[in-house]
Design a protein around this ligand. Structure first.
Ligand code: ZN
Ligand code: ZN
Length: 356
């Protein structure tokens, strides 16, 4: 598995004529090496691969890291690249330009003079965009944990409960059910606050007659889930009930359109057109979905501007929403795997309007 991943990176290195590639973004380091700690980097050459970490991980690194030569730094990691002569003079070294800070770049240039630093922004992004079945299984487990949390939430959402109480429950339950932690801070937005697509849970108490948007996800062995459900607390207004039906239908239609070879923007258009025809076009204010995997937001985008074409093994969210200022919002989000024909929905939580 690691071998396949290294091979894919090396193919990309060849096309950029790189003699080495420095990988510093931690989820990418974990993807290549298996290392789950918080300090480490790797360097790939055409024939060799090195993993550098510090002394805190002296015993952990050999347990987790496979197929790499492990180097333990006494202090910071970059000086080892020079001390161990891992990067030949006058060579082209690729680096993850969207993840390396200016300060780190200056340090690298000082430590490794006479090297050419080549921004290689998308190598790991492209390699990680297509998931193998083992990775999909980890995302499926993460999605399953979040589905279990949702089942529990059905019993906890009621008038008088604060949004932040529910957010705390989500975080607690994710861990209790086996996740490493939340994939992101849970969003709990009730009533009018539901019109804010990324509202953080506040101290507001939930009231009868409100809709509550619950958007949360967890991380399991480095892979993330991301689910949204919108509940009604007591009978919703007829308008919000109608809006719920429109969002649900938009999501269903979009999912139905997914298969490999289809342009990502055409899936966005399916959902957007449905919402527009229903009269709520101006209230759907974000893209339809995003890639999901070792990041909660992998680079794949399902949006009007996306140039991506869906491939088997892409994992994406499908999350249309309608947000009406002053009145509230509805969003429904599932994680789906693109297959040769059609797709597989990883979440099992009901999408019918649930009144608690
Ligand atoms: Zn979400
Ligand atoms: Zn999402």
């Amino acid at each position: 598995m690691i071998h396949q991943r290294l091979k894919a990176v090396r193919v990309a290195m060849t096309s950029l004529r790189l003699q080495s590639m420095l990988v510093t973004e931690l989820p990418h380091v974990r993807y290549l090496t298996g290392f789950s700690g918080s300090c480490g980097l790797c360097l790939l050459t055409p024939t060799d691969q090195f993993f550098i970490t510090d002394r805190r991980y002296k015993s952990q690194a050999p347990q987790e890291v496979r197929g790499f030569k492990i180097i333990i730094a006494k202090q910071t990691l970059f000086p080892l690249l020079a001390e161990k002569k891992l990067v030949p003079a006058n060579s082209r070294m690729g680096f993850e330009s969207q993840h390396v800070s200016v300060a780190d770049m200056l340090t690298l240039k000082r430590l490794l003079p006479l090297r050419r630093f080549i921004p290689a922004a998308n190598i790991l992004e492209e390699v990680t965009a297509v998931k193998d079945e083992k990775e999909i299984e980890l995302i499926r487990i993460a999605a399953g944990i979040s589905d279990r949390v949702f089942q529990r939430l059905l019993k906890l959402v009621r008038p008088g409960v604060r949004e932040c109480d529910l957010a705390a429950e989500i975080s607690y339950l994710h861990r209790m059910y086996g996740a490493e932690g939340d994939a992101f801070d849970p969003i709990v937005a009730s009533g009018e606050r539901g019109a804010l697509p990324h509202a953080h849970a506040s101290e507001k108490k939930i009231r009868k007659g409100e809709m509550v948007v619950l958007d949360f996800g967890c991380c399991y062995r480095g892979y993330n889930s991301d689910i949204t459900r919108t509940l009604a607390v007591g009978r919703p207004t007829s308008e919000m009930k109608k809006v719920y039906g429109i969002v649900l239908e938009a999501q269903r239609k979009a999912i139905e359109g997914i298969q490999s070879g289809v342009a990502a923007r055409s899936i966005d258009a399916i959902a957007r057109n449905h919402i527009r025809r229903s009269g709520y076009g101006r209230y759907f204010i974000h893209s339809l979905g995003h890639g999901l995997g070792i990041h909660v937001h992998d680079p794949l985008r399902l949006s009007a501007l996306s140039k991506a074409v869906l491939e088997p093994g892409n994992v994406t969210t499908i999350e249309p929403g309608i947000y009406i200022p002053g009145r509230g919002g509805v969003r429904i989000e599932d994680d789906v795997v693109v297959r040769k024909s059609g797709c597989e929905i990883l979440n099992t939580s009901s999408k019918e309007l649930i009144i608690v």
